[in-house]
Design a protein around this ligand. Structure first.
Ligand code: ADP
Ligand code: MG
Length: 392
């Protein structure tokens, strides 16, 4: 179902009005500093548009997983970063229950940030009372927090039912367009590349994608469980032995659609990278573990990706955090970019996958900011935070 977009609101609905905007400012934070401000920057188009149209902007977000009020989880700590990125002062509302006056005092184009919504138990309980408190801070609601849309919380779900108009922000709109339409009615061939640590977390994604895709290329530790299922030994590799039957079932169902790595980069341990070697998938040494896809596999995957018109990628091909085992993952990233240059639609989802292509976002059609949410969406599960918004 298509949702009403911020773009569709007439100027009069914006000018001088208070926009209550749910953003995802749940940024990585260490030793008092934001270590990656991607999520804040991702919200800029929506916030800048609202300011330009004369709206007063009140931002809502969660931050970490506090059990009640906790200075270490206060959004106060990121106000400076938000000010720097937006290029404007940001008022801090420490308690939504007494923030109405502040919201009304904001000048046109002014911005305020409300304290971490998870400080109040009503947030995760999706409590209508707490949602009403939040709703009082705005004249209309914009949800730009795709990464939080799979949770029915007061700031994502209940508030959207209370405060109308309730529309998608630009980031949310883009997520729905690429993860929804592009993958639902894909231009073919449609190739999915799946990797990462485990099959178990992604069974539903594989099941949901199988009938839609022309091919699924499997890498990462996920491939090891499939290797077991076809009778290959995997040495000391990360593998889910209890999922062997499940992998057998998926192989049978997928038939020729499922493409496994031809070979692997193996080593005795991550620390002993100098001893790494490339072996074919049916010759993984007992005293080694698989840490990446090998070169022949990179070439094979690249060729398949370059033939595709739509590519969806989730999950790294190896232990990409530890070079040189990042090479297979980087090769897939480069193949996607190359395919994009030739006109293909390229979509990347998943937290680690997004990290693997950091800095290359503008060379891909879409990099999803929502790890869990993007996978749940692909599985076909309705996202409560999206469902609660107005239909277009
Ligand atoms: P995403 O967050 O993109 O959905 P996952 O969380 O499923 O991806 O998987 C990412 C993790 O998988 C990374 O930490 C990476 O090191 C790990 N991984 C990938 N391949 C292997 C492998 N062969 N052995 C061990 N870990 C692997
Ligand atoms: Mg992950």
């Amino acid at each position: 179902m298509k949702k009403r977009s911020l773009r569709e609101l007439p100027p009069a609905a914006l000018d001088g009005k208070r926009a209550l905007v749910r953003v995802d400012f749940n940024v990585p934070f260490k030793d008092g500093a934001v270590t990656d401000d991607t999520r804040i920057r991702a919200a800029v188009p929506t916030i800048a548009y609202l300011r330009e149209k004369g709206a007063r902007v009140v931002l809502l977000s969660h931050f970490g997983r506090p059990k009640g009020p906790d200075p270490k989880a206060s959004l106060n700590q990121i106000v400076r970063d938000v000010e720097r990125i937006l290029g404007t002062p940001v008022e801090f509302i420490a308690d939504p229950a007494i923030g109405v006056a502040t919201s009304r005092r904001l000048p046109r184009g002014g911005v305020a940030l409300v304290e971490n919504t998870r400080f109040w138990p009503g947030e995760e309980a999706n409590d209508p009372g707490f949602a009403q408190t939040l709703a009082a801070l705005g004249d209309f609601y914009v949800n730009d927090a795709f990464g939080s849309a799979h949770r029915a919380h007061a700031s994502t779900e209940a508030v959207a039912r209370l405060l109308r108009p309730a529309v998608t922000g630009f980031l949310m709109e883009k997520e729905l367009r690429y993860l929804g339409e592009a993958l639902d009615q894909p231009r073919r061939p449609f190739v999915a590349v799946l990797g990462g640590a485990k099959i178990s977390g992604k069974i539903d994604v594989i099941q949901a994608l199988l009938p839609k895709v022309d091919e699924i290329l499997v890498g990462g530790a996920m491939a090891n469980t499939f290797f077991l299922a076809i009778g290959f030994q995997v040495g000391g590799s990360l593998v889910e032995r209890d999922k062997e039957d499940l992998a057998k079932g998926l192989l049978a169902k997928a038939g020729a659609k499922l493409i496994l790595p031809r070979g692997a980069v193996v080593a005795p341990s991550l620390a002993r990278a100098a001893e790494r070697q490339e072996v074919s998938s049916d010759h993984i040494p007992a005293d080694c573990a698989v840490f990446d896809i090998d070169r022949p596999t990179r070439l094979d995957f690249r060729a398949r990706i370059l033939k595709a018109k739509t590519i969806f990628w989730n999950g790294p091909m190896g232990v990409f955090e530890t070079p040189p085992f990042d090479e297979g993952t980087r090769a897939v990233g480069e193949a996607l970019i190359e395919a994009g240059k030739r006109g293909a639609t390229t979509v990347v989802g998943g937290g680690d996958s997004a990290a693997a292509v950091a800095g290359l976002e503008d060379k891909l059609s879409h990099v999803s900011t929502g790890g869990g949410a993007s996978l749940e969406f692909l599985e076909g599960k309705p996202l409560p935070g999206v469902a609660a918004l107005e239909d277009a």
